[in-house]
Design a protein around this ligand. Structure first.
Ligand code: SF4
Length: 380
């Protein structure tokens, strides 16, 4: 089963740390939506004819800036052109500063059954530093309103390792998040992305990133707190109550097909069980609209995923998430695929970095903290 991602490239204000493609000027919204509709139709033959869609995810940018009516139009076009499963997961990423009870009710009626809030912190001074447009109180009210509007599957995103963040302040964030009972929590370490205002602040020594040791300490606190509160870690940064892991994320990590619409969106389609193609759209609304207005695909580049690259990704994606399925790898690549790494795997098991159950090698909490190093060792 496949997924659809739609990138809505508008934000009320650009946060200092963000390198996702979005613009603050919304004057091209109508032109963008008309182009998005064209792309949805143009791509309708991308997936194998009988493949169904089990998740639709609106990300960005700030999708919650759109109205329910605008979403309804997009949904009806998706329904006409793709085989959407009746119980598909339909997620809207939302900024708490852009929604209130009525709008959330309309989103629910329009067809969304999952909502993911970018909360980031429950401390107003953190939010001010990150230049978020909402307060901690607004974030809490947005989640309460989502429940009142009928959403039962609510997710919230948090950021840790902010400059100067202490374990106590991070614990307080986790405590307040858990108290709101979201089914899913994503906790990402702050990354200083190049060409963001935050990168300039770091370069000018206005702020200092947290040390790796302190970052690791906060990550450990995250895993302990989430586990103690019934959330299962199913990826490096993602935690879910039983039955609420994000199907959309899971499909990405499982090498399922996905089509991304909108500027900067990425897509992936297999052409065999061990190879495929990845492509990505232009990172400019202007170029995106110009291409589609001429009836052309707005792709900026593509990459062939051959058998070796596919295997590397299987290992990397599997380790990051729910584990490497050895049975699947043996079937695809033969029983010798891990022969030269067997000793290394046993060593990692003994050190408590990974476990092996029913032919699935998965990282332990300790292992998730060193996921990249483990992947580098295992990649053939
Ligand atoms: S609201 Fe989200 S997408 Fe928009 S600038 Fe901030 S972090 Fe980036």
């Amino acid at each position: 089963m496949a997924s659809i991602y739609l990138h809505i490239p508008f934000c009320e204000h650009k946060c200092i740390y963000c390198d996702f493609y979005s613009i603050e000027n919304m004057s091209s919204m109508d032109r963008f939506l008309a182009s998005l509709e064209k792309e949805i139709i143009l791509r309708s033959r991308t997936l194998p004819g009988n493949e169904t869609i089990e998740s639709v995810f609106f990300g960005g940018g700030t999708p919650s800036l759109l109205s329910a009516k605008q979403f309804e139009k997009i949904f009806s076009l998706l329904q006409k052109n793709y085989r959407i499963e009746p119980d598909a997961e339909i997620t809207c990423e939302s900024n708490p500063g852009t929604v209130e009870l009525n709008k959330l009710g309309e989103f629910r009626s329009a067809g969304f059954n999952r909502i993911s809030f970018g909360i980031q912190s429950f401390h107003d001074d953190d939010l001010k530093f990150l230049t978020r447009i909402h307060s901690a109180g607004e974030a809490e009210r947005a989640i309460e309103s989502a429940y009142k509007a009928g959403f039962t599957n609510v997710s919230c995103d948090l950021i840790f390792a902010l400059p100067g963040q202490t374990p106590e302040r991070w614990k307080e964030n986790l405590r307040r998040a858990v108290a709101l009972k979201p089914k899913h929590i994503s906790a990402y370490a702050l990354i200083v992305e190049e060409q963001t205002p935050l990168a300039v602040m770091v370069k000018d020594r206005v702020v200092a990133p947290l040390t790796d040791e302190k970052d690791a300490e906060l990550y450990e606190i995250t895993i302990e707190t989430m586990t103690a509160n019934g959330y299962k870690q199913y990826e490096v940064s993602n935690f879910a109550q039983p039955g609420f892991l994000s199907r959309h994320n899971f499909n990405y990590w499982n090498h399922s097909n996905y089509i991304g619409f909108g500027p900067s969106a990425h897509s992936f389609c297999k052409d065999s069980s061990t190879s495929g193609k990845r492509w990505w759209n232009v990172r400019s609304i202007q170029s995106y609209c110009e291409s589609l207005e001429k009836g052309e695909f707005p792709a900026a580049g593509s990459e062939v995923i051959d058998k070796n690259k596919f295997l590397t990704e299987e290992i990397f994606l599997g380790l990051r998430s729910t584990g490497i399925d050895l049975k699947k790898l043996y079937l695809l690549y033969g029983e010798n695929v891990f022969s030269i790494k067997r000793a290394m795997l046993s060593e990692m098991e003994q050190e408590g970095i990974c476990t092996r159950q029913n032919n699935i090698i998965s990282l332990t909490s300790r292992g998730y903290a060193v996921c990249d190093e483990v992947a580098a060792k295992l990649i053939l």
